[in-house]
Design a binder for this molecule. Structure first.
Ligand code: ADP
Ligand code: ZN
Length: 518
């Protein structure tokens, strides 16, 4: 029998059909071309380089930041009788040499490497001796400074690879890349745009939910009581909050453990294993947990606090349901939690341009929490995917509250924004609309505006909620990073001209005043 990709799929991996995108990716590799595979978590990215690795004469280098996973991946290949090995910081000098020897002698077809390895010129020289047929760059979003998980050693990747005597084809793979990040990967690895394979990032087994205006602890305890037989992850933004939550759960006899940068390596490993092997039900963690965790039966991922970007959110939430079974991705949103992320950006060592970008990503994350349209569509649009039909599973698709016509209130907000020359943030706008007598208002003589006090029966909080809703709905936009200014969009102008109606779902039926800020 001739050895082809299709026969290998059957004989080595035991599958009858390729998943979407796999065949195209494999064909590009076999044609010797550079390519980028954008596929969702669990989409089957590994086969895109493992099958070519078996068909090509030389060795395939797999560059991956997931050090903790490498051994498992190699073990899994061994189970399928595929010779593979790895080199990373968990090995000692003798082991590294032994694994290199295996690679050099042609005894293995795949060599997994941590990107840091390539920073060493002597190691590069060793690699240069190998007959390399293919280079797979896994988690390729780490290469982009605009990605949420940038790794400096990934940045050097291109220069390092250029030092190799031969220039084998490269396949880059990721499950989280915006259009900008994908462009960046292509530019750095010289991947022609026609070789970008996009199967879409949609995860049809995930039900997204946004929980607002609810007590966080109450929600978590109720949820865990209801789902006591399910395994899941709860993410929080700070170590302190992780510690508080894990304590809270343990007090209520919920089997929970924790993971964050403040624990010793030993504790982290033990807690991680307790979770992986189902000795505990819940992992409470900061974003330090998860990269390289391959637990298939995670039924829920709850973000107790909002993360810094939709990319980070989608990657973390995407750890639910890797086995394809229905799972929940829940965001508990409180506007004040965005301040923590704001603080992280502020304190970081990024340059100014980069910070502005991060602030904008955070704003988009908040819009996800404030939209009333399908959450899955919102995510897909963010990643530049075809949004398709509303998912029918998310908390917005299932929101059965009645829609209210809020066109008149919207016009009041929009005209106020214009009267203020689109140069202020939502807090000041809310002060003006509610007729507040603050220093800021007096300094700017806003009492003289015709829109001053137009919504004076409302609280400032509600008006801010309305502005957030109108931003998420696309009638307003925010510009600028750290101190975002609110501006009217083209769709907003249509509303001002009376050409478009604005509807909003609210808890209470016929109601004169503004709806709750949900
Ligand atoms: P990713 O890296 O994209 O998250 P993996 O490569 O780990 O996904 O694949 C996810 C799961 O899907 C694995 O268990 C893998 O064996 C399985 N899989 C991959 N390709 C196929 C296929 N063509 N048919 C059936 N199952 C597949
Ligand atoms: Zn939906």
């Amino acid at each position: 029998m001739q050895l082809t990709a299709a026969t290998l799929l059957k004989t080595k991996f035991g599958y009858d059909h390729f998943r979407r995108g796999q065949k195209t990716a494999i064909d590009k590799v076999l044609a010797g071309e550079n390519s980028l595979a954008l596929m969702p978590t669990g989409g089957g990215k590994s086969l895109c380089y493992q099958i070519p690795a078996l068909l090509l004469p030389g060795i395939t280098l797999v560059i991956s930041p997931l050090i903790s996973l490498m051994k498992d991946q190699v073990d899994a290949l061994h189970e399928n009788d595929i010779p593979a090995t790895f080199i990373n910081s968990t090995l000692d000098y003798a082991e590294i040499n032994e694994h290199l020897r295996l690679a050099a002698s042609g005894e293995v077809k795949l060599l997994y490497l941590a990107p840091e390895r390539l920073d060493s010129s002597s190691f590069l020289a060793e690699l240069g001796q190998l007959n390399i047929s293919l280079i797979a760059v896994d988690e390729a979003h780490c290469i982009s400074q605009w990605g949420h998980d940038f790794r400096p050693s990934y940045l050097n990747l291109t220069t390092s690879l250029a030092q190799l005597p031969s220039q084998p084809p490269i396949i880059a793979l990721t499950a989280t890349a915006t259009i900008q990040v994908a462009d960046d990967i292509c530019r750095r690895l010289e991947i022609p745009t026609e070789n970008v394979i996009r199967t879409g990032f949609a995860r049809d087994n995930l039900a997204f939910q946004v929980i607002k205006n609810q007590d966080r602890d109450r929600f978590l305890l109720d949820y865990l009581k209801l789902n006591h037989d399910q395994s899941g992850i709860i993410y929080a933004s700070t170590r302190k909050e992780v510690q508080r939550l894990v304590h809270l759960l343990q007090q209520r006899k919920i089997k929970a453990t924790q993971y964050h940068g403040g624990l010793s390596e030993q504790e982290r490993r033990r807690n991680q294993e307790d979770f992986l092997y189902d000795r505990v039900q819940v992992m409470v963690a900061t974003n330090a947990f998860g990269m390289g965790i391959d637990k298939s039966n995670v039924r829920f991922v709850i973000h107790a606090q909002v993360p810094g970007s939709l990319e980070a959110y989608y990657q973390e939430a995407g750890r639910a349901g890797r086995d394809g079974l229905p799972s929940e991705a829940i965001l508990i949103f409180r506007a004040q939690d965005t301040q923590i992320q704001h603080f992280f950006i502020d304190q970081s060592e990024m340059d100014d341009e980069h910070k502005q970008k991060e602030y904008r990503k955070l704003q988009e994350m908040a819009q996800y929490a404030n939209t009333q349209t399908c959450l899955q569509q919102f995510i897909l649009r963010y990643f530049g995917d075809e949004p398709g039909e509303p998912c029918g599973r998310c908390s917005n698709c299932l929101d059965k509250r009645e829609e209210q016509d809020i066109t008149v209130d919207t016009q009041k907000v929009l005209s106020c924004v214009i009267r203020m020359h689109e140069r202020f943030g939502k807090a000041v706008i809310a002060q003006v609309l509610t007729g507040a007598n603050t220093l800021r208002v007096r300094q700017q003589h806003f009492q003289e505006l015709s829109t001053y006090g137009l919504l004076k029966r409302q609280s400032q909080k509600k008006v801010i909620g309305l502005i957030d809703f109108l931003t998420a709905a696309g009638f307003l936009r925010v510009s600028g990073g750290k101190f975002p200014l609110v501006q009217v969009t083209a769709a907003g102008e249509q509303v001002l001209r009376g050409k478009q109606q604005v509807l909003r779902k609210t808890a209470v039926k016929a109601q004169q005043s503004l709806p709750e800020d949900d």
